[in-house]
Design a binder for this molecule. Structure first.
Ligand code: UDP
Length: 246
């Protein structure tokens, strides 16, 4: 399937449905072509403005799905209707397929206790799942090569990396050189949700694209991050949309 994208503040975002995203990723796994999937949100775009490395990773990602409602809104301002594709839902759907097609899954990230619970819960939800490797996300950078070697040795087909942005995307970028056949996705705080450590927003908030409001209410420490990035992102997105209409 050829990529159809549209730029949001200079970064390509793929225009596709949730089901199409799943299909594209499964095809890559099947063809052993591998890819880096970015689940983009406004915070990441703001971070990329301050880091050349991160910016280049975002620009070179193979698939960029709009995780944040802010990205959906930025596209809407330009007259483009694009559904929000939460990374956590995408990852869950892919795990469902991995169980069916017997694709191996690796999990990297989160606190050790969270990771252990995640592995346990996934194994009970998906009895046939092949979790070939897992490692918590609190390792020294000097251990990175060792971890990447162990990951490569386990021969994963789907790798979910939950280190938060931009750490997870930078780590994935490094892994891809050694493990080009696997599909990598940065999934942020998904393991915390799967482990029951963090509550997912009720459906109402999700449908309204306001999951971030609920998360901020539940984890007030996030307010600093949002306050620093969201207003500026929205301001720039509005300016971009106005300029395009001229
Ligand atoms: N994390 C990690 N190692 C680190 C920093 C963070 O494993 O050095 C994990 C953290 O435990 C959490 C996830 O990365 O599980 C990031 O979650 P956050 O809610 O910040 O991500 P978001 O969903 O906002 O992208």
């Amino acid at each position: 399937m050829e990529r159809k994208t549209h730029k949001v503040l200079g970064y390509d975002v793929d225009l596709l449905t949730f089901d199409e995203a799943v299909k594209v990723i499964l095809e890559r796994i099947k063809e052993k072509k591998g890819m880096q999937v970015v689940t983009i949100n406004p915070e990441m775009i703001e971070l990329a403005g301050k880091s050349k490395v991160f910016s280049s990773i975002l620009r070179n990602a193979d698939l960029v799905v709009p995780d944040g409602s802010g990205i959906k809104l930025a596209l809407k301002l330009k007259g483009i209707e694009q559904e929000q594709i939460p990374g956590i839902d995408l990852a869950h759907e892919l795990i469902t397929s991995c169980e069916i097609f017997k694709y191996s899954v690796a999990l990297i990230g989160a606190k050790e206790s969270v990771l252990q619970t995640t592995v346990k819960r996934l194994k009970s939800e998906f009895e046939g799942i092949d979790i070939c490797y897992y490692k918590n996300g609190y390792f020294a950078s000097s251990k990175e090569d060792e971890i990447i070697n162990a990951l490569a040795e386990s021969d994963p087909q789907l790798v979910l990396v939950a280190l938060g942005a931009p750490k997870q995307e930078i780590f994935i970028n490094k892994c891809r050189k050694k493990i080009p056949e696997a599909v990598f996705i940065g999934v942020g705080g998904s393991f915390d949700v799967w482990a029951g450590e963090v509550e997912r927003a009720p459906e109402f908030f999700r449908i309204m694209g306001c999951e971030w409001i609920y998360r901020t209410y539940k984890q007030p420490e996030r307010i600093k991050r949002i306050y620093k990035t969201l207003p500026m992102f929205l301001f720039k997105a509005i300016i971009e949309a106005i300029r395009k209409k001229d």
